[in-house]
Structure formats: C-alpha cells, structure tokens
Design a protein around this ligand. Structure first.
Ligand code: DCP
Ligand code: MG
Length: 359
C-alpha cells in the first residue's frame, strides 16, 4: 500500500520559452521567427533563452551569443527586460493562489503547487492544471506547460514531457512503469558530471539504478546515493515548501580587510546594491512594496550601527548617503557592510541573508 506522501497531488508549472515568449507577444513582427534573448553588443554574452523556432537550430539558453549566431544566422536578438518578466510572473502567481496556498516558486517562470486539498475541478489535478494554463493564457497571452504527479520529482519531469503548451500526468499507478526507462539525466541533481560517472558504471536509466544497492551508489555519487535510489523508484517525499513571511531583505558583505575610508566603502556599495536588486527581483519584490531602506556598518571593534530612511527611493545614491551618515558616526575601519529594505506588508519571501567572506 502506498504511503500517504506518495498520494500527494503535485503540479509543476513551467512557462514556455518564458522571456522570449513575452518579447514575441509584445512585438508581433517577431512571430514565427527565431528569437534569442540576450544582448548583441556584449561580445562575450550568453543567451538567457530562445524561442522554439530558434531551438530548431540548436539555439538555447546559456549558449554564447556568438555561437548561437553561427548556428542560426537569422537569429533576432532581443535585450532582456526583467521588470516585464517579473510583472508577468506576479500575474501567474495570483492565478496559482486561486487553487492552493501551497506554492513553491522555483524561479520567475516555474512553481510547484500542492493541490491535494483543492476542491476545484472536482479535485482533479489534471483538470486544475488545464484550468490554470487556460487562465494564464487568458491573462497574459503566454503559454505554460504542466506536469501532474504524486511528487515533486515526477511533476517536474512531467512538465517537460509535452512542452511547449502541453501537460502530462503520471498517476500513482503509472509511476513504476514511467521511471523504469527514465534516463538518469532527467533526475534533478544529476548533472553532466554525475551522469557521466553513472554511465561509466553502466547505469543509464532509473531501472538500472533500482537494481543497484545504496552502498554501490554511494561509492559513485557520495551522499546523493540514497536520494538517487529513492528517485529511481519514483519516490520523493519532499514537501512543497511555501516561503516564509519576512519583513526585510538584506545582503551583507564581510571584507577580508577592514575598509578605512568612506570612499572605499562607496565602491562596495555599488556591488552590494546590484546584488540586492537582483535578489529583490528574484523574490518578486517590486519597488512599491519597499517601506524603507537601511544600511548596516560593523566597525573593526565589532560595534555596529544601522541607518535607515523612510522617505528615500530605492536608488544607489540613497544608499550612498546612508553609508556616509553611518561612517560619520564613528569614522573607524569598517569590517562589514549590509544593505537592505524593509517591506511594507509582510510579503512572503524565503529567508534571505547573505554573508560573503570572500571580499
Ligand atoms: N533563464 C536564464 N538563463 C538560463 C536559463 C533560464 O536567464 N541559463 C531565464 C530565461 C528563461 C527563464 O529563465 O526564459 C525560464 O527558464 P526555463 O529553463 O524555464 O526556460 P524557458 O522558459 O525559456 O524555456 P522552456 O520552454 O524550456 O521552459
Ligand atoms: Mg520555462
């Protein structure tokens, strides 16, 4: 008899060629043409993604732009516009919330939903996924794919199965047959290196792994061996982790050597600010949700000071001013600098606090 976790109803939703689809939607002259998202001016740049027309030529995310143009000379390059993607992402998440509170976003364009307790669509996860995809299209004119399965591992594999604009269901009864022939590279956590190690030992599919002992797997892939063994049988008891309430988000850097002058700190502010901006974007926090900004300085005697400003906008120059004010309070060497924001509402974001010791 299957254990309860095996009976969860998990949906994994993943938007199709997300950034590219947004750009094609907003510029219909691109429709039907191969499009890559990336900058043509950055010589060593890489593509964020490419639409499905471009993928026919082998063009895909993380490929260098130069190489992509060799593969597909007609490739049209469009610069990414992250704010736009974030807006779309928020719309999509609003739709998810109509079905469950158990939402685990993995990035702007994908999320796990635990719909085990959802009563809509007569409790059918398949119909819920269909409805969600239809609503996404209605609201954004973008297509999404979905995987429906009893756990996260299988749901993620399934969302890729009928991409783009498709969905695939793995029922509890289908699991054993589905995983048996599943290539190992489909398993989350099996990258190129691990896959090669396993291939070298004759393991190609989940079926092959099922026959191995955990000890044998540990010898090849270390502590991942146990999870690998479970996944190969289609077992994954990880819960959908909803993010936690947080009032502030900050990024801190501890410097290898204390910083003596405010001018030097200013240089670091720029870098940390860029990182903070990136993190806020990733957490879907818009400027309008910021209540105040703050900085934290820790001096070489471990005393620290915090300066905050309720009325400033979220600009680099605002942070620089706060750092100046903080530095004047003590005028001593600084060993740590943090930049952060207080949020207006207790927006749900995952715990985020970075401490870099590599500066
Ligand atoms: N992305 C990126 N750099 C990468 C991979 C992805 O910037 N190396 C961005 C661009 C993608 C978005 O994240 O549009 C979502 O990533 P996906 O892996 O889901 O890729 P796509 O949505 O573009 O395509 P697919 O249809 O395969 O999901
Ligand atoms: Mg996607």
């Amino acid at each position: 008899m299957a254990s309860p976790f095996f009976m969860r109803k998990i949906i994994h939703i993943d938007m199709d060629s997300f950034y590219a689809s947004v750009e094609v939607r907003d510029n219909p002259s691109l429709k039907g043409k191969p499009v890559g998202i990336g900058s043509a001016t950055e010589k060593r740049g890489v593509l964020c993604t490419a639409n499905y027309e471009a993928r026919k030529y082998g063009v895909k995310a993380a490929l260098s732009t130069m190489y992509a143009l060799k593969l597909c000379p007609d490739l049209i390059l469009v610069k990414p516009n992250f704010e736009k993607y974030q807006e779309e992402s928020l719309k999509i998440r609003e739709i998810f919330k109509e079905y469950t509170e158990l939402i685990e976003p993995l990035s702007l364009d994908e999320a796990f939903l635990d719909v085990s307790d959802c009563k809509k669509c007569e409790g059918s996860a398949t119909l819920i996924a269909q409805e969600i995809r239809a609503k996404i299209f209605d609201k954004t004119k973008l297509t999404a794919s979905a995987g429906i399965a009893p756990n996260k591992f299988l749901a993620k594999v399934a969302s890729d199965w009928n991409k783009p604009n498709g969905q695939f269901v793995i029922t509890p009864e289908d699991v054993a047959e589905f995983v048996y022939k599943l290539p190992l590279k489909k398993i989350f956590g099996v990258g190129k290196v691990t896959a090669t190690k396993l291939h070298d030992q004759g393991f190609k599919t989940c079926g092959d792994i099922q026959k191995a002992s955990i000890r044998e797997l540990r010898d090849i892939v270390g502590s991942f061996g146990e999870s690998l063994h479970k996944y190969s049988k289609g077992i994954d008891d990880r819960e959908v982790c909803t993010t936690r309430e947080r009032k502030s988000i900050s990024v801190e850097h501890t410097f290898k050597e204390d910083i003596l002058e405010v001018k030097e700190v200013a240089k670091k502010v720029e870098k940390i600010f860029a990182e903070l901006k990136y993190r806020l974007k990733n957490k879907n926090v818009g400027k309008n949700e910021i209540k105040s900004i703050f900085i934290k300085l820790k001096f070489n005697d471990f005393q620290q000071t915090t300066v905050s400003d309720l009325n400033s906008s979220f600009e680099l120059s605002d942070y620089l001013q706060l750092v100046n004010r903080g530095f004047k309070r003590k005028e001593a060497p600084v060993r740590l600098l943090g930049l952060g924001v207080q949020l207006k509402t207790q927006k749900k974001v995952s715990k985020y606090q970075l401490n870099f010791l590599n500066e």
